[in-house]
Design a protein around this ligand. Structure first.
Ligand SMILES: C[S@@+](CC[C@H](N)C(=O)[O-])C[C@H]1O[C@@H](n2cnc3c(N)ncnc32)[C@H](O)[C@@H]1O
Length: 206
């Protein structure tokens, strides 16, 4: 886990956050009701934006990120508890959350299949799983460019991959996408999913 990435994250993201990102995040988090799980909360950018949540449990494996998020936790309008954990092994009981939030994190999680299986496990049937992610572009030239840039980008940005295909991943887990919106010519997507009954979980590797 990279301490410098945590140190500079807000600085480099600020232009985007001050632009469209704040509105996109607010729209997504408007659907985060009841007991909420946030995956990879980073510096806590989402924390002040929760309004309807009863309580938020945030998981984050990088201690330097957790440290940076403490101030934003203080500015939150809802109770937030941060847990030092990764998405591939969630320290929560089955069916314990009404909503799960993942923003700009599926680019970085090393084992996305395990993470999705865990999310489906801890989210109640009928619960909302809410994503805002940057994804692989459809344009073949730009998509190849993303593949080419990814090894360097990954080493600079603490494991972030530019070329992950969220829609394909969710479909491979037979997750029901209820809404998608594209931003910045399809580079970023907002995606809302309804969690299915547990009989449809553990699609891969379990
Ligand atoms: C690009 S940052 C995004 C932070 C925040 N979600 C946001 O929207 O600004 C990616 C975050 O994912 C975290 N991360 C890395 N591996 C993870 C894992 N296995 N499970 C959960 N989070 C992880 C990183 O530590 C980092 O905080």
């Amino acid at each position: 886990m990279n301490k410098n990435f945590a140190k500079w994250y807000d600085f480099f993201m600020n232009p985007l956050e001050k632009g469209k990102f704040k509105t996109i995040r607010a729209e997504l988090l408007g659907d985060a009701n009841g007991k909420v799980l946030e995956i990879g909360s980073g510096t806590g950018v989402n924390f002040p934006l929760y309004e309807k949540a009863q309580a938020v449990h945030a998981i984050e494996p990088n201690l330097a990120m957790i440290e940076k998020s403490i101030l934003k936790k203080k500015h939150a309008r809802v109770p937030i508890e941060i847990h030092n954990a990764g998405a591939e092994r969630l320290p929560f009981d089955t069916n314990s959350f009404d909503s799960v939030v993942a923003t700009l994190v599926f680019c970085t999680i090393p084992n996305v299949d395990e993470a999705l299986n865990e999310i489906k496990r801890v989210c109640k049937p009928g619960g909302s799983i809410l994503f805002f992610e940057h994804v692989k572009l459809e344009n073949p030239v730009l998509s190849k460019l993303q593949d080419w840039l990814t090894p360097t980008w990954k080493s600079l940005c603490d494991g972030c991959c530019l070329n992950r295909n969220l829609e394909q991943l969710l479909k491979s887990h037979r997750m029901e996408i209820t809404e998608t919106k594209e931003y910045y010519k399809g580079l970023f997507v907002l995606c809302k999913v309804t969690n299915h009954d547990k009989t449809e979980m553990f699609i891969k590797g379990d």
